[in-house]
Design a protein around this ligand. Structure first.
Ligand SMILES: [Zn+2]
Ligand SMILES: [Zn+2]
Length: 270
């Protein structure tokens, strides 16, 4: 079996939100504490794949005692999914090799601009101007060349999903699909996911109602019904959601095998 660990289930601010006095941000229920959304895959072939590098990534990897990362998958270039990337540096030291970072061409373009000292390091540092000091992360971009790719020798099927002004790379690995940060899903992608009879669908659900760049509950429920996975986990939740109330709402609406994910959850899938 493969295992997915939820490193974070929260929206871009995390929950609680700094300075917010609302009842969810003040809640003492640990299920309402959400780091930024990210997951970690441990495959049945013993490969470790990190999905996104959030500003919380160091805490997330320490919490789960991750000793080795074989590859990183970046879903899109937003701050909450990429601004922890420098913290992957120690893995490059220990593993004595560069770490592949897999992403779309659009995401790669943005990462090169935001983190030129990492992804354009061979231009910035060379024989006449060597790296001095603590060293830089040896991360190498691997741009998706098709919808069927291998990451750390594992098969992934990719889907591009609309997310405001950018596209998010979603994936299917085995019988699990991971669809964070999107406001819709194209019809042919829905058909493909439905035909896969997924053991697990992880899907964006940022808040109740609707949202312009994410799925609000109104959008999420439409796709839960259309894709009809065996189990579903909601992710990227903001401070409008109380964990217990959302659990109850899903049951009341007939989604008996769907639940909000929480940080630290582990899902097994084939
Ligand atoms: Zn996000
Ligand atoms: Zn985003």
């Amino acid at each position: 079996m493969n295992t997915l660990t939820v490193l974070g289930s929260g929206t871009s601010t995390g929950v609680p939100i700094l300075g917010c006095k609302c009842r969810i941000c003040q809640s003492t229920n640990p299920s309402n504490k959400r780091l930024r959304s990210s997951v970690f895959l441990e495959t049945k072939n013993k490969k470790n794949i990190l999905v996104d590098a959030t500003p919380d990534v160091r805490t997330q990897l320490l919490t789960h005692n991750v000793q080795r990362v074989d590859a990183v998958f970046i879903t899109h270039d937003h701050a909450d999914h990429t601004h922890g990337i420098d913290d992957l540096r120690p893995y490059c030291f220990h593993q004595k090799s560069s770490l592949p970072v897999h992403c779309s061409e659009e995401t790669a373009h943005s990462l090169k601009r935001k983190f030129d000292y990492i992804f354009d390091r061979h231009r910035l540092y060379h024989a006449e101007r060597p790296v001095i000091g603590g060293g830089i992360p040896e991360l190498d971009l691997q741009i998706f060349h098709s919808n069927q790719i291998q990451i750390a020798q594992e098969d992934f099927t990719l889907f591009s999903l609309p997310h405001g002004y950018v596209q998010t790379s979603a994936f299917k690995h085995g019988s699990l699909a991971y669809l964070t940060d999107c406001h819709s899903i194209a019809e042919e992608v829905v058909r493909d996911l439905k035909a896969s009879s997924l053991e697990w669908l992880i899907i964006d659900c940022v808040k109740p109602g609707r949202h312009d760049t994410h799925m609000g509950y109104e959008q999420t429920r439409v796709f839960l019904e259309a894709i009809a996975p065996q189990n579903a986990g909601l992710i990227h939740m903001g401070h409008e959601w109380d964990h217990e109330e959302l659990t109850h709402t899903l049951l009341k609406d007939g989604f008996k095998t769907a639940r909000p994910l929480k940080d630290g959850d582990q899902l097994r899938y084939s």
